[in-house]
Design a protein. Structure first.
Lengths: 269, 313
């Protein structure tokens, strides 16, 4: 039942976002679609709890260019008004290509990379000290591992032994100019995280069953933790999958647009 | 007043925050490996509210911001050149953009850290910080001002930068009041003739006062002196006061670009003869002590005196 809901939402929200990218003719579809299934599980699997139409738990989208992946989910959960979703791209819309904390349900301003773990650690530490029951999920990209502030934050995160914060590291093997291995190798990321004292697991970013199981297990682990999710950049759209250029939206013809939507429908049939 | 009565601005500031933190458990003090005698009390007695984060100004500000978003009042403390510039982007994206309740205590402005050299001088922090939107910037010229600024910050809930000097000093002769802090400036000398206004910030203002004493009353009876406490937002009333003067002189222990002189130029709309004294646009390497470095780099009492006489006549 739950897994069919994940699949249904994954299709509907991908479609909503693709239509919006086409309409706006801008965005970062590759990164959004690589992390979208993780967001689906967090929000529809009960990992992000809601109270009075507000999230109790926080999702910090450190890879800020993927924040727009949260918008249709927050709209579906009635946290963002449909009117705002429809206004996106117009002058007075509160929705932007990068999120900020003025948008309902979006906790932090991100877009500049390398801030998310620091934010999440601060939120998690204060919550722990003040006995506020809250889980924080900080979603970072492998590209953010090039930012020094990420490593500063990891040191503190591990030292404070925060069990209420989970780092989700999206590895799609693509940064703007291509494969990180051809740029500056990141080495064995899991080993590096573990060397900090962070409990680290690896999972397929598009397998709902695995994601659901791993998040359930991680919630019971009372130590700093990280889930590395191996993803496909642009997942769901043949014109984008594993393609570096999908980082930015590229204009497409109406025929290609309709064909892409049809391919998506067939994939999720 | 003798040297024994000199006080450190940072100690006066921290004592106020310490006393407030004893009653308010949501006040936290973060240090990027930077201390002060007054901080020892905080560290030992309020361990739950103090965090030594290591030498990591960037993460300190992101972490502080995360705490503030949850309801904490956070003070972040480090040496001026690093807390201002190393994490400038964190101040922009984290604290200022998200309107976080974080007060950064930028300690050791100007040439405070002579003879450490350019890496430790903070001669451009004012230009950098004031370019950020949505923040308040205070500068203390003496220990009592630092103390009252600290009290003021406890009532604020938005991004604040407090610029403090490193050295111990006496209070200036004119006693600062809460009203001055609220106004954002104070007159250290006021005349009825209003021939020249000298406006300065930080401890360099001491040199302006010495210069005036050296010149003598015949020259200085028509000169006013203002200590600018809050540079951002620029005090509204001060804009009107500036209009009353046809001659204005600024003195700032910063390099010229974006310094106090630039700020005043941005805030006058009338014709006025303007003289902006600041440090030269270069790195200073000589090991001569702060006072001699100031003397040799355009901010000696003699130069200030000469410039005052020149602008007057």
């Amino acid at each position: 039942m739950k897994f069919s809901l994940y699949k249904k939402k994954a299709y509907e929200i991908r479609k909503d976002l693709f239509e919006k990218f086409y309409l706006l003719n801008e965005g970062h579809p590759g990164s959004v679609f690589s992390i979208l299934d993780v967001l689906i599980v967090l929000y529809y699997g009960g990992f992000v709890r809601l109270k009075n139409n507000r999230p109790v738990d926080d999702v910090i989208m450190s890879k800020g260019h993927a924040t727009v992946g949260q918008y249709p989910i927050l709209k579906d959960l009635k946290i963002i008004k449909s009117k705002e979703w429809n206004n996106w791209g117009k002058k007075k819309s509160i929705l932007k290509m990068f999120g900020n904390n003025y948008i309902p349900g979006i906790k932090t301003a991100t877009g500049s990379l390398g801030h998310g773990i620091g934010f999440a650690t601060g939120i998690g530490y204060f919550s722990k000290k003040n006995k506020i029951k809250k889980n924080v999920y900080a979603i970072i990209s492998e590209g953010e591992l090039y930012e020094g502030s990420t490593w500063e934050a990891l040191l503190l995160f591990a030292d404070l032994k925060l069990a209420n914060v989970t780092i989700i590291l999206d590895v799609n093997n693509n940064i703007i100019l291509g494969d990180p291995k051809e740029c500056l190798g990141l080495g064995d990321i899991k080993k590096k995280f573990e060397s900090f004292g962070i409990f680290t697991k690896v999972c397929d970013a598009h397998n709902f069953k695995n994601l659901d199981t791993e998040f359930r297990k991680l919630n019971k682990i009372r130590k700093p933790k990280c889930l590395i999710v191996n993803s496909i950049k642009g997942k769901g759209f043949k014109i984008m999958e594993n393609k570096t250029h999908s980082h930015y939206w590229s204009p497409i013809s109406k025929d290609r647009y309709l064909k892409s939507l049809e391919e998506l429908r067939k994939e999720y049939e | 007043m003798n040297n024994l009565e000199k006080k450190f601005q940072r100690d006066e500031f921290i004592k106020v925050i310490y006393n407030a933190a004893k009653k308010n458990k949501k006040i936290y003090f973060l240090s990027a490996d930077f201390g002060a005698p007054a901080l020892d009390n905080f560290r030992h007695n309020l361990k739950e509210q103090f965090l030594h984060l290591g030498i990591c100004e960037q993460n300190m500000i992101d972490f502080a911001c995360g705490m503030a978003l949850e309801g904490a009042k956070v003070y972040a403390y480090a040496m001026a050149p690093f807390l201002a510039l190393r994490c400038l982007e964190q101040h922009k994206t984290a604290t200022c953009l998200m309107n976080a309740n974080v007060c950064s205590i930028v300690t050791g402005i100007g040439l405070s850290y002579a003879n450490s050299g350019p890496t430790h001088y903070s001669t451009e922090d004012f230009a950098c910080l004031r370019s950020l939107s949505n923040c308040i910037i205070y500068t203390a010229s003496d220990p009592d001002t630092a103390k009252l600024i600290a009290k003021k910050t406890l009532k604020l809930s938005k991004p604040v930068f407090v610029r403090l000097d490193r050295k111990a000093s006496n209070n200036l002769t004119s006693k600062v009041t809460t009203k001055d802090i609220n106004a954002g400036y104070r007159y250290l000398k006021k005349s009825s003739k209003k021939k020249l206004l000298i406006i300065s910030q930080g401890t360099i203002i001491e040199r302006a006062l010495i210069a005036l004493r050296a010149i003598g009353k015949n020259y200085t009876s028509a000169i006013d002196v203002i200590d600018l406490i809050q540079a951002k937002p620029f005090p509204k009333n001060l804009k009107n006061i500036l209009k009353k003067y046809s001659r204005i002189m600024t003195i700032d222990e910063q390099t010229s670009e974006g310094s106090l002189g630039s700020l005043i130029k941005e805030n006058i709309s009338h014709y006025a003869k303007l003289e902006c004294l600041s440090l030269p646009d270069k790195f200073i390497f000589e090991n001569l002590g702060r006072e001699k470095l100031l003397d040799d780099n355009g901010l000696s009492v003699t130069i200030i005196s000469k410039k005052i006489i020149k602008i007057l006549y």
